[in-house]
Design a protein. Structure first.
Length: 308
């Protein structure tokens, strides 16, 4: 009989690439992870890993087993959700991940809704970049999370995570008033082209926001000359207002734009979603958070998307 916990380790190795990364994510020692994977190989009766120096890669049999592990762990998540639904009332901790701009814009209103409807829940919020959410969910560090993707940076397919849509919003070009307003409408090249030689303000390298900014500029025909890298859209707006460069901000972040900043709507969009472990969508606490987040977004903009 294959051990589910060891299947989880094999799946994490497939996703994270190294035994050291698996050990760090799951708070094990590397030797303990290696030992458990060796036991799993004996249980399976076939080689699952190929070792070459310090590197470990999965064999074809190992990759096949990961596919089955995904299905098994999703089924277990569904079972946990059904058992939770059989209990009366919602209570206990709910670990919530959020991207930075989702913190002030969505999370407080969603938590207020949760507190009103499910006062025994104990939400615990952690700021995290969308690119790291899947790892956090699989490792059990998060139960549910707000995530987003942009045009030019679509979300990577991930069979271990389910998502439901929350909000689609346009992205704006933020520039200083001294440069004058951009011409309305037009293609991305028309709108960004005049800023090709200007300095740019982007999110930090390695984030989805940074990748979107670089790829959008490249699509407009130039490589951005990045001067500032900040993740806080309020800072992006403030820097743009004083002429420190051009930047991208989603509509949600423009509500309190400072004086001196010019905002030009672009043919780009950011899509926000709620993510959770595959099979966990029917868990009462996760379903409650999804409903609260949709209520919060609806009260803010009326642009909630339908769908499941």
């Amino acid at each position: 009989m294959l051990d589910v916990r060891r299947l989880h380790l094999l799946r994490e190795l497939d996703r994270r690439g190294t035994i050291a990364a698996v050990a760090e994510a799951l708070s094990f020692t590397a030797s303990a992870v290696s030992q458990q994977l060796s036991v799993l190989e004996r249980e399976a009766g076939v080689p699952l890993l190929e070792r070459s120096g310090r590197r470990v890669v999965l064999t074809p049999a190992g990759r096949t087993l990961v596919t089955h592990a995904d299905a098994v762990l999703e089924r277990l998540e569904r079972a946990v959700s059904e058992l939770a639904g059989a209990r009366e009332g919602l209570g206990g901790p709910l670990r919530i991940g959020t991207f930075p701009s989702g913190g002030p814009a969505i999370v407080p209103a969603a938590l207020a809704e949760l507190a009103l409807r499910h006062p025994a829940l104990e939400p615990m919020v952690r700021e995290i970049d969308s690119a790291r959410v899947s790892d956090g969910l699989r490792a059990g560090e998060l139960d549910v999370a707000l995530v987003h993707d942009y045009d030019f940076v679509p979300a990577s397919p991930d069979t271990t995570v389910d998502q439901v849509p929350l909000l689609e919003e346009p992205v704006y070009l933020a520039t200083g008033a001294a440069a004058g307003p951009a011409a309305p409408g037009g293609t991305l090249a028309d709108l960004l082209g005049p800023w090709a030689t200007s300095p740019w303000i982007t999110a930090r390298e390695g984030t989805t926001g940074h990748a979107m900014a670089v790829r959008a500029c490249q699509a407009a025909g130039f490589q951005p000359r990045i001067r500032h890298q900040v993740n806080d859209f309020r800072t992006v707006l403030a820097l743009a207002a004083i002429g420190q460069g051009a930047g991208f901000v989603p509509e949600m972040a423009t509500a309190h734009a400072p004086d001196g900043v010019v905002l030009t709507r672009l043919p780009l969009f950011r899509r926000s979603k709620v993510a959770f472990r595959a099979g966990g969508g029917t868990h009462p606490a996760i379903a409650a958070f999804v409903a609260a987040a949709r209520t919060a977004v609806g009260a803010r903009s009326g642009d909630v998307l339908s769908g499941a």
